[in-house]
Design a protein around this ligand. Structure first.
Ligand SMILES: Nc1ncnc2c1ncn2[C@@H]1O[C@H](COP(=O)(O)OP(=O)(O)O)[C@@H](O)[C@H]1O
Ligand SMILES: [Mg+2]
Length: 258
């Protein structure tokens, strides 16, 4: 079954783009191809990362058009219906900051459209730290995007790089118990200079060791490999296939394009 995965989350800087880039990477490793909708026209970093990858079919659709969310959702639906190759099993949507404000009111449109087009709908929600961030997540769970996605298909991500699990306001709230089982910690890529080299280099993470960008040596290669493996395990539940995780998945070999 085709799957569409939204990388949603709190305001800027919580790791939504990194999660989306990882999901595209996983799809490439598993299926040899991926589709990407870059919803953040202001910071189209995931689109830029896969710009030169012919195995990623890409489309830029601004998904935070204040006051004109219906046009954005229409564009998304049209692209999924007419342009997205049928054989692409995984489509990733990178959502911009504040996507909730514009999209949450239209979830009763987005989700049925995706379902009617034959997609299984999943979402990752990267959590922010403060009380306000807990509220945003709660709103999404109550009546936003997450409210319309089956609980087994939505995942709350705690970005370890932003702080320890306990430092997130949401994890200390009683209501969090209800969603405990679907939380996952996205591992931090460290040290910072290594993370900088890796995040700055374009292309899939898992083939980076082969490209050897500037500043990327043996230490960076092994740091990336460890991190990637843990990230793939963390994100595995939103993927359509049963786990097929092997060490060699992060060594730059992709499944052949069929
Ligand atoms: N897993 C991670 N480990 C270390 N740093 C990270 C990680 N994910 C994100 N970051 C840092 O946070 C910054 C913002 O992440 P990004 O994915 O662009 O957030 P968003 O899309 O939510 O604005 C990145 O440029 C990077 O420096
Ligand atoms: Mg982003």
């Amino acid at each position: 079954m085709k799957t569409i995965i939204f990388s949603h989350g709190d305001k800027g800087g919580v790791g939504k783009s990194v999660v989306a880039a990882l999901l595209v990477d996983m799809a490439l490793q598993r299926f040899g191809r991926a589709s990407l909708i870059e919803g953040d026209a202001k910071t189209p970093d995931v689109f830029a990362r896969y710009q030169d990858d012919p195995q990623v079919v890409k489309k830029m659709i601004s998904l935070n058009l204040a006051g004109d969310a219906a046009t954005a959702v229409g564009g998304l639906a049209e692209w999924l219906e007419n342009e997205n190759p049928d054989e692409h099993l995984v489509t990733i949507v990178n959502l911009p900051a504040n996507a909730g404000e514009t999209l949450d009111g239209l979830v009763d449109l987005i989700i049925p459209v995706c379902t009617d087009l034959g997609y299984d709908v999943a979402a990752c929600y990267s959590l922010g730290k403060g009380a306000e961030a807990s509220l945003s997540l709660q709103q999404s769970l109550d009546n936003g995007l997450l409210s319309k996605i089956h609980e087994s298909r939505r995942m709350i991500i705690i970005p370890e790089f932003a702080g320890t699990r306990d430092s997130f306001n949401y994890t200390n709230k009683a209501v969090a118990e209800k969603f405990l089982y679907e939380k996952t910690v996205l591992p931090k890529l460290a040290p910072v200079p290594t993370a900088d080299v890796i995040f700055r280099s374009p292309g899939a993470f898992s083939t980076m060791a082969k490209r050897k960008p500037e500043g990327f040596g043996v230490f960076q290669a092994h740091t990336l490999k460890r991190w990637l493996k843990d990230c793939f395990v963390a994100l595995d539940p939103v993927f359509p296939e049963p786990p097929a995780l092997h060490d060699d998945m992060v060594d730059g070999e992709r499944r052949p394009y069929e």
